[in-house]
Design a protein around this ligand. Structure first.
Ligand SMILES: [Zn+2]
Ligand SMILES: [Zn+2]
Length: 292
């Protein structure tokens, strides 16, 4: 198959690589119909996140059609159309049972390495370096999805890919940020950063009843002001699985059309050029959808 492969700092190419295969009974194989480039991919491209290895396949915002399932997969079957969350979660551990999927204890086989670097390991993540499991990503024609019963969101309506694709990451990510802010009806809300995730934080704030939303393009958090105003800081990797169903409902009801965030559409073969365009555009206000 064709896939976007990391060759070294600043060097990604579309290569022909072996198709993924079922490795475990809970795996599924998905034929990718649409997949996006994320700002986080630039951190991997440029080597800001250590532990990328030549040959790694990038991409953590994919969707497509299930073409094969392992023997223990119960909720998916070939032919299902799914959006795949970037967080890989077991569904069984202490954290998963509390809905804290991004803190899953069981899906990062390199948890010790992540703990050394960050103090504690998050869940394994698709297409996100060996520190986070070394899982091949979804900027490819096919993707192996581990723990396929915990996460992939079936799409039964005929909504186009662009309206549902961002359930894989940035819509839940912006939504969780707004939820963390405990917005009440009429509140004034400030959002720092207005790239694609910021855009979804803004839209989510409106959906939660914000009266006013200010966008700041600062790259620093005002810690002094936060302390002096007695603010609480909340942070976290997105518990994508927790939000996908509810947010799909908001898309299906017409409350939001996430495709407003798309700026570029291209075939997978153009991905290396688009990575360069993205990196050169410093404000981050770009969202590329690739169709393998
Ligand atoms: Zn992302
Ligand atoms: Zn878990």
């Amino acid at each position: 198959m064709k896939a976007l492969v990391w060759h070294g700092v600043g060097d990604v190419r579309v290569d022909t690589v072996p198709d993924p295969e079922l490795l475990n009974p809970n795996d599924a194989i998905v034929k990718i119909s649409a997949t996006a480039i994320c700002g986080s991919d630039l951190h991997l491209l440029d080597g800001y996140q250590p532990s990328m290895v030549k040959g790694d396949i990038l991409g953590h915002e994919p969707m497509g059609e299930v073409v094969e399932v392992g023997s223990s997969v119960k909720t998916l079957k070939p032919g299902d159309r799914v959006v795949v969350p970037f967080v890989i979660a077991c569904g069984q551990c202490f954290y998963c049972r509390k809905g804290l999927y991004a803190a899953c204890d069981n899906t990062n086989p390199n948890a010790g390495m992540a703990a050394l670097a960050m103090g504690y390991s998050p869940a394994g993540l698709l297409g996100f370096s060996h520190l986070l499991g070394g899982y091949a990503g979804g900027q490819a024609e096919y993707l192996r999805v581990p723990f396929a019963d915990v996460g992939p969101q079936r799409i039964e309506s005929d909504l186009p890919d662009e309206q549902v694709l961002f359930l894989s990451d940035i819509f839940p990510t912006g939504y969780m940020a707004a939820e963390n802010a405990e917005i009440e009806e009429g509140d004034t809300v400030a959002v720092w950063g207005c790239g694609p995730v910021g855009q979804f934080a803004i839209q989510s704030a409106w959906m939660m009843g914000a009266g006013r939303v200010y966008v700041g393009l600062l790259d620093k958090l005002p810690f002094g002001a936060a302390m002096n105003k007695g603010l609480t800081l909340k942070m976290g990797q997105t518990h994508v699985q927790r939000y996908m169903g509810d947010l799909l409902g908001k898309i299906e009801s017409g409350e939001i059309d996430p495709s407003f965030v798309v700026t570029h559409r291209a075939p997978l073969s153009d991905a290396p050029e688009l990575y360069k365009t993205f990196r050169d555009k410093k404000d981050g206000c770009i969202k590329v959808v690739l169709n393998p």
